[in-house]
Structures are given as C-alpha cells and as structure tokens.
Design a protein around this ligand. Structure first.
Ligand code: MIG
Length: 813
C-alpha cells in the first residue's frame, strides 16, 4: 500500500511555480542619519554611505533594522563617512559627493551615477529578490562595455559575454573556458566604457554570480543568500579603481624578498634525501632558487603539523643544511585534521571546541587525504588563534612560510565541500557554511599568517593559498591551482593572473610548466620564460608526471632556464620595488596593457602579452614549434631588450623568437634597477645596484626618472622607518644630460659602496663628465669612481660613491 508520499510534490512531475520576485517599488522618502542615507521604498530600503568622493556603499535591507557591519574583507574605516549634498526634484533625489552624483528615481527606485560632466557612469535599473532570499540586480551594459576583475577566472581578459559564479571550488581539470567557479572568489567586477570605469564589489561570501552574457544590453549581479551589499568604486581610470578597491579591502603585505625568488615544488619530494639532493643540485648547477616545497608526503599519514618519521627522520638536520645553502622550506598545510584520538591536534581541537559543527552540536567530518577529518572553524577568533599558534611547530624548525591547499575547503564528496548546514560560530554571530563558504580559505590563511608572524621574531612570513576571498591579498600569495601541462593553459595563465592583479591579488602565479599531465622541454622553456616575469614564480608538477626541474631536459634547456631565472634575480631590485608599490597603492607588478594605455582600443582584450610595471613589455611564445609572433607595441618608442633595436610603437610588429628568446621590450626612457645575479634573493653579501636607463636622449625635454625603495627585505623593521628611498633623474639638454640622485630617506644601509648608472641603447657619448674621470676597464673593475664605455653593451656606465647627500653630474656631449 502506498502512503501519501506517492503524491509527494517532487514526484508528480514538473510543477511550474510562478516565483514571486519582489522589487523595491517606489522610493518614498530619503532619510539621513549619522552619515547614512536611507532611501525608504515601498517594499525595502536602500542605505547609502559615501566612503569618499568617489566611492559609496549601498546595502539593500528589509524591515527596520539596518546592520552596517561588514565582512572581514573590508578594512576597518578610519574616516567618517562623507556628507553628500542632497537635492530633491519631482522625480528624484540627487546625492552629490564631490565627484559623483547619485540619482534615485522616485517612481522605480532605479539608480543612476553621473560624473561631474553629467555623463552617465552606471545605471542600476532594478533590484529584485525571491522568497528564498536570492537577490538579483540589473545594470546597463552599453555597446562599448568591457569587463575586468572577478579574480581568478579562465578565458580572456575582457569578460564581456561571460558569466561567472563565486563559489570556491576544487575542480580537478579546472582551467576550462566554461568553468564558472574556481578556487578563489573575488566578487569585484570592473566595468569600463567610454572613457571611464568603475568597480562594483559585492561583499557577500556566499554564492554570487555575475552575468555579462545572458541579458543583451544589461549585465546582472546576484547572490543566492546573504546580503546585497555593494561598494561602488569610481575610476574613471582603471588604476584608480584598483587603488581604491585595494584601499577598501587591503593591499599585499610587503613580502620577504626570498618569496620573490624562484620556487621549486613537486607533488611530492618524497624524503629528506631527495630534498637535500635537490637543493644541492640547484647550487651545483648555479641555478638560483629560494624555496623548496614539501607536499603532502612529508607528513605522518597526512597529519598536519607532523613529519613522517621514516621519510623525514631528522628535519632539524635537513633544515640546517638547507639554511647553509640559502634555501627555505615551505610545507603544505591543509585544513582537514585527521580523526584520531591519539593525535594531539585532533584531540585539542575537539576538547576546546575548535572544529566546525552542525547546529545540533555534531562535528562535521569530511574525507580528505588523512581519511575522516575535522575542520577548524576559522570564523571564530579563538579557533584561528589556536590554529595559528600550532605553526610554532614549523617556525621552531626555521620554516618561514606555509602553503595552504584544499582550503575551499575541498572535501571528497559529491558537493566537493563542507555541508552547507554547518553552523559557523562566527564570533558569536552564527552563520551557516552556505553563507560564509567563500571566506573559509581566507580565514585559514589569515590565521596562518598571523600565527607565523607571532612566532617569527620580527621576520616576515609567507603564506601561499589556493582559496580566498576579497582581502586575501593581505595575508597570502595565490597560485592558480591544478592547471595542466598544456600550451593552452600556459596562454590562459596570462589573462587569469592579469585579472587577479586588477582584483587586488597582486602576488599571484600559476604552476610553471603545468601541474598535471606531462610537460615537454619546449613547453617548460616557454613557460619559464614567461613565468619568471609573473609576480609569483613556482615550478610545480604532479605525481606521476614527467619531471620538470630545470635540468630535466638536458644541458641546452637547462642553460636557457638558468638565464631566465637569472633575469628574475638580476631584476630583483626592480621587482621588489614594484612589490613595494603594490603594497602601498595596490597596483600589481604584472599589468595588462589596458591598465597603462586605457585609451588605446587595441588593448581592451590584449592578453597574450603583458607589462611588468609600466615599462617592460613581455610577449611570450605560447605555441609549440613557433618562432614568430605578432606583438603589439603601444604608442611611444620601444627598445628590443635582446638586440637594442629601437622600434616605433602604436603598431603591430612581427617578433622573431627562437627557443632561447622571449620577446621583451623596454619603453624608451625607462629605468630598471638591477642587482647582481645571486643564488638566492635574500643573499645580502653584496647589494650592488645599477640603474639602467634605456634610450637616453641628449636633448631638451628628455627626462627619465625612478624612485627605488630599499630595506632589509626580510624583517618588519621597515615599518619603523628602516628603509631608503632613492630618487634618480636624468634630464636632457642641448647635447648634454644632467644626472642626479638623492636619498629622500636613508634609513636602511645597503651593503655596497658604489652606485652605477648605465645608459644603454643611447646614441649619446660624453666628451666629458664634470668631476669624474674616464676609467679604464681595469680601474672600473677595481671600484674607482668615474665613467667608461662598456665594451659589451656600448653603453655609458658611470660609477660613483653611494653618498647620503646624493649628487649631480653634468654629462657633456
Ligand atoms: O590534488 O597536495 O592544487 O598543488 O600538489 C590534490 C597535493 C591536492 C592539490 C594542489 C596541488 C598539490 C596537491 N593538491
């Protein structure tokens, strides 16, 4: 006999339920209280807060209570919100903040944002919601719209025509154009049209979506749970959007210099001997390397905070030999803690209540590497602090960095993650995992970063993470997860990491050479050539794949790789400078051309070439058996890095690039700070510095300038002023040049006596430099002050004592 279940609604076939989507309806009143403007609508209200002249927050709320707390993504505000000027007309309220006018239409509650020239910047036509809490908003998408940001996504740079979901997901084979959700969720959409741009950041760590595909002349932003809480960040320059968005959610912590070096990883270096052998090989072969990673096999049956006693019988001995070689270890730490009552971390976690649990009190268990595992509840500060402190286990061994993997969190089950009904403690404001999912990985890395920092005696920690949410940049570098050794994935790493850079993730990069599948000699060369100019530079590969350490394909390949890795180290002062800039203003070291040439229609979706800083243009070869490619050089004069040839920009050229060449161009007038090549970045025995100026011209109007930031590259002393800032300038006159440098601040004493200025790719030859002698090569080698023409580059080199008071030199033609 059947029961009534026979007519269960789910069984009787599709019933079409007309979903009742609600809207705000008319805007009835505008109230102002404590810097918050509340627009009361028929069925819901909108709260507006002006955070600056060109940035405001808008939150939808129902009922009476307005909660203006934020997620941890948003930094605490130091300034009071701005007062706007309010004007009411028959049809609208207009709120002006100084740079923007926000218009709320009374009849529909639609919202328009205008600039001071009364040009429409953005328009939100509609917000609606369904009874289950999903919210959906519709924005204008003019014909000339381009979209950027959105963090870690596959496909091209410009996201017009795409649709994405924000839901941190461990997909194996993830880097496909149709994949909507990856490991990281950065719900920041940057919209550029006409000559202006703005960003919309939806601060909601639940599932959110951005659709620039399905609605013709509109794009939509939605969330399936939680708040519709957006930040509108006006440019008009893309750079300003990036600067202000990172002002809101934070910028990268200045990394230790060693973290900018070359990193070597493998799933897994299986034992202590293999690790030591690897380190020695790097040194014997004189290939620079700063870090070796330990993947999951270092642990005792995948218990985090342990070493396997057989494979790694003496971690102390291993660490001390590595230290002598200048190589650091970064071990993997996953969030899953093995369910094992004899294992201290598990026991403590249970006893102290630090693991994630259901509302009813049961722990949530999921299967990961160690088998059944519990997962810390990082939303509670006490649990995070506990977790952070556990890292003393590593710091005591001299381990300064941690690699957080599987922190989406990834779980081996059908949902691929933690049960959505897990009830996170959230510091006394409990929320479901469904609502907080995208925060899990970030909170883990935050706990890790802070724990390391507490235990590192003033040294800067390094954390690498796979999962994250807006703000993750404050705690960790991000790698792009399990790519494969496909040429397509090499190419795709460019737009992916470029958009990550526009989304605050300035310190990011892919597994060089590809993680899964088998690399080839050629792919490894091409990928490394490209990868050494990415912010984060690690070669990593999966178990069972062909080896891809730099020497895996014989001496010829090895020497090309050595040269490119060496280039990264030679450019380290410049790179570090760019990272410092990123930590101050959020601009990423690796940039899409559109960031520097926003008015150039040729670069709106250009992403098979990129800039390092503003003046170095790399155009990697990303197809097999290919020695030529088209390169677009934007306006201005460019110099081929390899040949010194001067090329007029504003056009496409055909570059010739045999295997040992990655096309590389330097903007004329650019300056690059270089050091000597070292085997590890943190080697401070000789901090030689050369400021290399490209394409100097002895004529009025020419000017090259550069500011170089320096500090010890490893401690937090810079916070209290132990750093230097050198300002350098080269000005052209009638057949002469004036070179000057000056310390704007000299709190850090670099280990060098000489400063070198090298003028390369220039027609200028001095007849005389006031106060300096022309040197023989021998005198130059012995560190005398003076100038000489470098026989190799044909360039002019001037070397002088590095003086606190700076100096000025007149170069006569
Ligand atoms: O694939 O720890 O993305 O870098 O080597 C399973 C083993 C788990 C995924 C990471 C990868 C790492 C691997 N991990």
């Amino acid at each position: 006999m059947d029961t009534s279940e026979a007519i269960h609604p789910d069984r009787v076939g599709p019933i079409i339920v007309q979903e009742a989507w609600g809207t705000i309806g008319k805007a009835l009143a505008l109230e102002h209280m404590n810097g918050v403007y509340v627009c009361r609508g028929e069925r819901a209200s909108l709260a507006f807060v002006f955070l600056s002249e060109k940035m405001f927050r808008m939150k939808l709320f129902m009922g009476k209570d307005l909660d203006l707390s934020t997620t941890v993504a948003v930094l605490p505000r130091e300034n009071e919100p701005l007062e706007a000027t309010v004007e009411e007309t028959d049809s609208a309220w207009k709120l002006s903040s100084g740079r923007l006018v926000l218009e709320i239409e009374k009849k529909s509650s639609a919202l328009s944002v205008f600039d001071l020239e009364e040009r429409l910047v953005a328009r939100q036509n509609n917000i609606s919601w369904n009874p289950r809490g999903a919210i959906h908003s519709v924005y204008d998408m003019p014909g000339d719209s381009h979209f950027y940001g959105l963090g870690e996504k596959a496909s091209f740079l410009d996201k017009r025509g795409e649709r994405y979901t924000m839901w941190n997901t461990d997909v194996y084979a993830p880097h496909m154009p149709e994949i909507e959700a990856l490991y990281e969720s950065i719900p920041l959409l940057i919209h550029m049209h006409g000559s202006s741009s703005y960003g919309i950041f939806l601060d909601n760590p639940g599932r959110t979506d951005f659709d620039m595909r399905s609605h013709g002349i509109a794009y939509t932003i939605g969330c399936s749970t939680g708040d519709y809480d957006i930040y509108f960040v006006y440019g008009p320059d893309l750079k300003e959007v990036v600067r202000d968005y990172t002002g809101l959610t934070g910028r990268i912590a200045l990394p230790p210099k060693w973290a900018l070096g070359y990193h070597q990883s493998r799933y897994s270096y299986m034992d202590q001997n293999e690790v030591l052998h690897l380190a020695r090989t790097f040194r014997e072969k004189e290939i620079p390397c700063d870090v070796i990673y330990l993947d999951i096999h270092y642990m005792d049956e995948y218990r985090v905070f342990t070493f396997d006693p057989v494979r790694f019988p003496d971690p102390e001995a291993m660490m001390s030999e590595l230290k002598a070689l200048g190589i650091r270890i970064v071990p993997i730490v996953d969030p899953g803690v093995k369910k094992d009552p004899k294992y201290a971390v598990y026991r403590q976690g249970v006893e102290k209540g630090h693991f994630s649990r259901k509302l009813e009190g049961d722990l949530f268990f999921g299967d990961v590497w160690p088998g059944t595992s519990a997962f810390p509840d990082f939303t509670d500060d006490t649990a995070s602090e506990w977790w952070g402190n556990l890292h003393k286990y590593y710091t005591d061994l001299g381990i300064p960095g941690i690699w957080n993997d599987m922190n989406e969190p990834a779980v081996f089950n059908s949902s691929k993650t933690m049960d959505l009904d897990v009830m996170h403690g959230n510091n006394g404001n409990p929320k479901t995992h469904e609502e907080l999912h995208n925060l899990y990985g970030m909170l883990m890395s935050k706990a890790t970063y802070e724990g390391l920092k507490r235990n590192m005696d003033g040294q800067r920690p390094f954390v690498l993470t796979r999962a994250g949410y807006s703000g993750i940049q404050r705690y960790a570098a991000v790698w792009t997860g399990d790519n494969r050794s496909f040429w397509e994935h090499m190419a795709l790493a460019m737009p992916m990491v470029l958009n990550m850079g526009l989304s605050g993730l300035a310190f990011a990069g892919p597994d060089i050479g590809g993680f899964a599948h088998h690399t080839s000699a050629e792919l490894l060369v091409r990928w490394t050539q490209m990868g050494v100019l990415f912010p984060y530079c690690r070669n990593h590969s999966s178990i069972g794949t062909l080896r891809q350490e730099p020497w895996s394909f014989g001496p010829e390949i090895e020497s090309i790789l050595r040269e490119y890795i060496g280039l990264r180290y030679r450019w380290m002062p410049h790179l570090y400078n760019l990272f410092h800039e990123a930590s101050e203003n959020g601009l990423p070291p690796m940039r899409p051309l559109i960031l520097e040439y926003q008015d150039d229609p040729n670069v709106t979706n250009l992403c098979d070439q990129f800039l390092v800083g503003s003046d170095v243009l790399a155009a990697p070869i990303y197809r097999p058996d290919t020695e030529h490619r088209a390169v677009y050089l934007p306006e201005g004069e460019w110099i081929d890095y390899w040949t010194g040839e001067v090329i007029q920009g504003g056009r496409h050229i055909l570059a010739h690039a045999p295997l040992s060449i990655m096309p590389l161009y330097i903007k004329s007038g650019a300056v690059i700070a270089e050091g000597g090549i070292k085997l590890y970045a943190d080697d401070r025995t000789d901090e030689t510095l050369t400021l290399r100026v490209y394409g100097a011209k002895a004529r009025p109007g020419f000017k090259a300038s550069y500011s170089l930031y320096e500090d010890d590259g490893s401690s937090f002393d810079y916070v209290s002023g132990v750093s230097s800032l050198i300002r350098f300038e080269l000005r052209g006159g009638e057949d002469e040049l004036e070179l000057s440098y000056r310390y704007e601040r000299r709190g850090y004493a670099a280990n060098r006596n000489l400063l070198r200025f090298a003028l390369v790719c220039t027609a200028f030859k001095p007849s005389e430099i006031e106060g300096l002698n022309e040197l023989t090569e021998d005198e130059a080698d012995h560190g005398q002050e003076g100038w000489y023409i470098d026989t190799q580059t044909g360039g002019l080199t001037i070397q002088v004592q590095d003086m606190s008071q700076g100096a000025v030199f007149k170069l006569k033609g």
